[in-house]
Design a protein around this ligand. Structure first.
Ligand SMILES: [Zn+2]
Ligand SMILES: [Zn+2]
Length: 361
């Protein structure tokens, strides 16, 4: 194990909306009581990182989240290795173990949501986006009592995106109660979230219709298991198209695109008893345009999916580890982060971008 430096490289955002500034003498945190220090190997780049650093991420009321620790250090799809163990940790925590750096960082373990296994909604939780520095730095201190301990035989670059995008879409598929042979529409099927939603839905036996823009995304969606592809840039009436393909509507629609427009008509694609699973969070305040009469008369279900629990995360990881779901990643240097934000803004990214954070591993 190489020695631990006192300073490190971090991608900081001194002021929301002011852009990324790389700092080369950012302090390496000391692991406190019941904490471990992890060396960050890889980190996915999530749409929420893009929105948070720009100051446009929405809270539950649809207003911008402005209470963010500054300087902000994003990254909540990181995989690292434990390099130091602080005082008071359990004996079974070992140096060298792979750990995940996820959205949720600390939880109370006592509130009704923690007790119900929905600790991502913990009333006292903190996260690696708004409260604590995330994985866009070389070293990170993690709560040893809520560690995401990953299996030894994973590929750390591939697992990064599973920790947020994978978990969220796994949860969305789970909440949609899909059975083998059900029709599932994934809106935004070529993106970081969407391409995983397609595969998790396929893993449940669904027949998947992907919706995205352009022929290249269409090829990609077919490659990862979509049976049908609808190009929204050339299809005037998406709802009608879905009803034609499915002979009457889909059993579930998973919206993984972070645009209000993508959500507005999505529930109209459902058949009786169908489920709308909302995943992406648009930057602007938006509303579904589903008539109340449609929800009542067709008995529709509407679910939201904010990541998932640690247990569900490990289930999502296991499907990747066993090769059932294959995240499509492109590995880029850490310093490319500002460029990647530009590409995500333009919607140019197929699959997920993963930053190589540690230089010498
Ligand atoms: Zn995320
Ligand atoms: Zn709690």
């Amino acid at each position: 194990m190489s020695s631990i430096p006192t300073t490190q490289t971090a991608a900081t955002v001194p002021k929301l909306g002011g852009g990324v500034k790389f700092v080369y003498d950012y302090p390496v945190p000391q692991p406190g009581h019941n904490e471990v220090l992890a060396k960050v190997l890889y980190s996915g780049v999530c749409q929420s990182d893009l929105h948070t650093q720009a100051g446009v991420a929405s809270n539950s009321a649809g207003n911008p989240i402005t209470k963010v620790k500054l300087p902000h250090v994003g990254g909540h799809e990181g995989v690292g290795r434990i390099v130091a163990i602080g005082p008071g940790c359990d004996d079974d925590i070992r140096l060298g173990t792979f750990v995940g750096i996820r959205f949720a960082s600390r939880i109370c373990r006592r509130c009704e949501f923690c007790l119900a296994g929905k600790e991502q909604h913990c009333i006292k939780s903190t996260n690696h986006l708004h409260h604590e520095d995330g994985s866009f730095q070389e070293y990170i201190a993690l709560d040893a009592g809520y560690l995401t301990i990953l299996p030894d035989d994973i590929d750390p670059a591939v697992i990064g995106p599973v920790l947020c995008a994978g978990l969220t879409t796994y949860k969305a598929v789970k909440n949609a109660n899909i059975k083998a042979g059900d029709w599932v529409v994934v809106v935004g099927s070529g993106g970081g979230l969407g391409h995983l939603a397609v595969q998790y839905a396929r893993a449940q036996g669904a027949i998947v219709i992907g919706i995205d823009g352009g022929a290249a995304k269409g090829d990609f969606c077919k490659e990862i298991g979509a049976s049908e592809y609808i190009d929204f840039t050339t299809t005037p009436n998406l709802v009608e198209k879905v009803h034609n393909l499915t002979s009457g509507g889909a059993n579930a629609v998973i919206v993984a695109a972070a645009s209000v427009k993508a959500f507005q008509q999505a529930a109209d694609m459902l058949k009786v008893g169908g489920t709308l699973s909302c995943v992406g969070i648009p930057a602007e305040k938006g509303y579904l345009l589903t008539p109340i009469s449609a929800i009542v008369i067709k008995g529709l279900h509407i679910t939201g999916n904010l990541v998932g629990s640690l247990k569900e995360c490990l289930e999502a990881v296991d499907l990747v580890r066993r090769g059932v779901v294959k995240p499509k990643i492109s590995i880029r240097p850490f310093e490319d982060l500002p460029k990647i934000y530009d590409e995500l803004e333009k919607g140019d990214v197929s699959g997920r971008v993963v930053l190589k954070i540690a230089k010498n591993e």
